[in-house]
Design a protein around this ligand. Sequence first.
Ligand code: FE2
Length: 351
Amino acid sequence: MKKFYVKDCPDHKPVHIWIGESLGMEEKFINKMKPKNPDVLYEFEDTLLDLEKLKEDSEKAFEEYGWYGFLNIFGGKFARSDGYGGLSLVYNKDYRYENIPDNAQTLGYPRSNFPDELFTENFELFEKVMEKRLDKDIWSEAQEFGMHHAFRFLHKHEIIDEQKLNELLAKFPDRKDVGERINLNTYSDTWGFNRWSDPAKYGYLNEIVKRVKRSPVRSRLAQIKNIDTEERKEQANKYLWHRDDTWFYELRINLSLHNENNVYGIEIENYGSKPFIPGNWYVWDTYVTHRPYVNQAMPGKARTNYVLAVNPWFDWIEEEQCWVQNEFYGEKHPADMVIEGDAIEGLKLVQ
Ligand SMILES: [Fe+2]
């Protein structure tokens, strides 16, 4: 089994992309491998969980370690949300940004060169970017080549017309703060977050850690709160559409902690929505556009999810600071791994 040492990864790539590219994972697996049990959204009951204890200790963890609002990822400004946030369950000991506490590492980071108002003032632009699945590219293009280049990129991909392009070029300065693409040990470096944080090991939360059979990556205890009015609800739902890495890189297993009034759930593009059942876990390909939703204002209430992400096909060797391919690599689809108990102990597929 091949080992990949983080020290060999170039600065401009996140580790998973560096390894994925060198093995040709996209062509060989990501684009064509299907699960034995095909579905869009998998739901699992948990045969081992004490939900009340987890809820109780999650609240205590927030009291003990704090609550970090998600950092603005639509612009360059450091602004934390008061509606979406929580605690990081993992951290990267070599994280590049020292101004971010370990327990907040997986809760966002601003975008280099990006004007703060671009998407808030032009929401239709954000929608089109998501529709054409250019969200990841637009951030990288802006980061590497500056903002004006990114506007031209939007024009090239027919997201904006010539008139809009000229308008944006005139309005926003061409920021090139970074000048080169740095991704290793940044927020984009999904596999960099591979050590359990103190909150992850707090009280009953540690019982979940003990059941996880794979190396953790970008994971968090995520809360949606302060959705006090209908207007706030509309606003939140609008901006929650997003994509994460594919489940071949970042296998998300999402545990719902509560769902008073049945107002919280998950919505997936071209599939529809499903309300969460507290105590159940949910898996889907997070590369497909999706959003957590709240379908009613919930003054004074919060929605908490334990968002576990594991690396399905590589295991972390701390002593050697390297990732090594495991026995599932290329052999078993990540969704089947959850179904067959290779990712976490105690889950039973709801059929
Ligand atoms: Fe997501």
